[in-house]
Design a protein around this ligand. Sequence first.
Ligand code: SF4
Ligand code: SF4
Length: 462
Amino acid sequence: MAKRTFSIGGVHPHDSKISRSCAIEPLAIPQTVYISVAQHIGAPAKPVVAVGDKVKVGEVLAEPGGFVSAFIHSSVSGTVKSIAPRADLAGNPQMTIEIAVEGDEWAEGIDTSDTLVTEIPEDGKQILEKIRLGGVVGLGGATFPTHVKLSPPPGSKCEMLIINGCECEPYLTSDFRTLLEKGEQVVVGAALIKQVLGGVPCTIGIEENKPEAIAHINEVIEKLKKVSPKYEGISVLSLKKRYPQGGEKQLIDAVMHRQVPSGGLPISVGAVVQNVATALAVYDAVQKNKPIVDNSVTVTGECFPAQANLLVRVGTPLRFIIDSLGGVPENAVKIISGGPMMGKAVANLDAATLKGTSALLFLTAEQTARKAPSACIRCGRCAEACPMGLEPFLLNRLWKAGDNEKLEANAVADCIECGCCLYSCPANIPLLDMIRMAKADVMKIIRARAAAAKAAAEATKK
Ligand code: SF4
Ligand code: SF4
């Protein structure tokens, strides 16, 4: 039977998973970590420590700065040296807590043992609170605070939990290794999320190019079903390899055959999607009292001799990671944080990792060379490849004309920045760059309009 996949668009880039056999190894702790308070979508967290304070691993450094925000914890033990703006990956200043490392002492109450805790608490609210206190955010790229995502708005109902194990971006293998090495914890994490959502069925979607992970997770589920009925209703679905299979809306389409409407959220079609690494973070937060203090990072690229999957403390400088593996290769001209399709170029090697840092990819001049763009030949390939049903050639034209009204009407805000249009264009037009800028302009207008409407509604109340 044909494997399931999403119904429109998509491309088939070479998967280049050259680090797939590299087990996750803990990286040494650096002498200093730099922990940003803006590691998630929403309001930055507010520091609750002061310069000179002593902290242990897992202690709170900053508390949520709003409804959509998350706790930030110390990833090391040591002394707070400064709280000041520091350049992030792109060179933009972000409020950052600098900690000089002294030993590796963990906060009381955190279970650092390998003992698997399989019991699922009855009380979903208690689980949700532990997820909130653990500073858990979506680790599939979006870094949306998980406790908010698991609290559907009144009137909406979750019918299915989908755990995203696709890892469809070329080169990335940290989720694959997590499924193989921490499969039990991931499935327990899925059962915990399922409990928060009222016991809905749970599908773990994994692309067909990871047969070892599919077999292992199936075995884990069968084993855990014998331990508790709470593991009933969890299953694995092998999906066709097709980019961007792991996009939230594409995964819902593949698994549930439902389309999230333009501008809508997954919950509007009864779905909640969480990534494999997020399920592991939920397990840690709920069963071990361990907040997010580390995460798995793939370090890879054909020009990089030491492929690796590393368990890295949050706030580790990128330079420290790279130097521990032999330094930047001579022929690398570009470093990407994330994968080649959706990742962002690293402009600052002194930047530090965030909770959501998934990969460092080294590329050569040959791999990054962009051919000179020529005129659009109206072949329509970009529209065919767009998994959101957009018309990238038209969006490009409208952006050049500065027509924000028509850009909004043509749903530029729905663009998931997957890069399929750019990948498909025979005229080498930098579609993604332009559509990103167009989307940013339109989103600014949409946000300003929403703020004005809110202010007007409040003024009427008075
Ligand atoms: S980057 Fe945006 S416009 Fe281009 S294919 Fe992806 S969703 Fe469509
Ligand atoms: S793929 Fe490129 S050349 Fe073809 S229609 Fe789209 S923008 Fe034009």
